[in-house]
Ligand binder design. Structure first.
Ligand code: G3H
Ligand code: 13P
Ligand code: ZN
Length: 311
């Protein structure tokens, strides 16, 4: 099966009451871990590359790694640009074979966000590529930009119909209390997601796919392994998986996960070195990192997304 767009994936996810996982990819082992899990569970999957990933790995390498994944599996795979900051970045990805792009102008004014999202949607649609935009601002760290949690802004449901109508985008990322990175909520606090805002948005946009960013759950087991083996991560908790599962049953068709994969990869490698201090072959320690990535994606598909056997 060739690379696909997310159009069909989202239609099925919306009516089927599940979501498709969008996992960030930065290197071969991450691509392999994700796709092996999705393939074994017959789940569709979105592989997404941020600007940081494209800088780190080179966009061409990422594109070809994803093509290798497509060649060696038989599930629907979409290649998505995560957090495209402007028209030029989105255009570059459309022109090089991404099947989906995100224009993230959520930190700009409503009118500027509308203008650039519309420009991207028009160009992408001419080339058969689908477009995600964002309304509202998430807290946390993405690329080199850090948004303080108190400066994050929930999506205003009163704006979503006008935004979608004027831009022509295909899906919308909204801010309901999720945030980027591994430090989302302080331990001992109760993570709150504004599922009421999600419900209101879904009511205003019937049948329209909603996207949740910043949806890592920060597995405490991996944080513990990292810290027991030389790491110094602060204690923090992530998004409760049962809340994400609820969201996936409704209008949320795409759930973004990156930090959990980073924690899994790092835990696998740190543990490997602790157990085998004499090892220096990257194939040995990366095997353990990759296995954790696979285990996490397996768990997300079964517990959070509900996308198993939907390929
Ligand atoms: O939303 C941000 C993703 O986690 C990507 O992170 O920009 O550091 O690659 P990155
Ligand atoms: P996390 O940092 O919660 O994994 O979010 C990733 C994300 O939203 C990528 O766009
Ligand atoms: Zn994001």
């Amino acid at each position: 099966m060739p690379l696909v767009t997310t159009t069909e994936m989202f239609k099925k996810a919306y009516t089927g009451g599940y979501a498709v996982g969008a996992f960030n990819v930065n290197n071969m082992e991450i691509v392999q871990g994700i796709v092996e899990a999705a393939n074994e569970l017959h789940s569709p999957v979105i592989l997404q590359a941020s600007s940081g990933a494209r800088k780190y790995a080179n966009s061409a390498y990422l594109k070809h790694l994803v093509e290798a994944a497509v060649e060696t599996s038989d599930i629907p795979i979409a290649l998505h640009l995560d957090h495209g900051a402007d028209f030029e970045i989105c255009k570059a990805c459309v022109d090089t074979g991404f099947t989906s792009v995100m224009i993230d102008a959520s930190s700009r004014s409503f009118e500027d966000n509308v203008a650039v999202s519309k420009q991207v949607a028009e160009y992408a649609h001419e080339h058969g590529v689908v477009v995600e935009a964002e309304l509202g601002t998430l807290g946390g760290v993405e690329d080199d930009v850090k948004v303080d949690h108190d400066k994050a802004m929930y999506t205003d449901p009163d704006q979503v119909e006008e935004f979608v109508k004027r831009t022509g985008v295909d899906s919308l990322a909204i801010a309901i209390g999720t945030s980027h990175g591994a430090y989302k909520f302080k331990p001992g606090t109760k993570p709150q997601l504004r599922l009421d805002i999600l419900a209101e948005v879904a009511k205003r946009l019937p049948g329209f796919p909603i996207v949740l960013h910043g949806s890592s759950s920060v597995p405490q087991e991996y944080v513990r392994i990292i810290n027991e083996n030389g790491g110094k991560l602060e204690d923090a908790i992530g998004i409760p998986e049962e809340m994400l599962r609820e969201a996936a049953k409704g209008a949320v068709c795409k759930i973004n996960i990156d930090s959990d994969l980073r924690l899994g990869m790092t835990a696998g490698i740190r543990k490997h070195f602790a157990d085998h201090p004499d090892h220096f072959d990257p194939r040995q320690y990366l095997t353990d990192g990759r296995q954790n990535v696979k285990d996490i994606v397996n768990h997300k598909i079964l517990t959070v997304l509900g996308s198993d056997n939907k390929a």
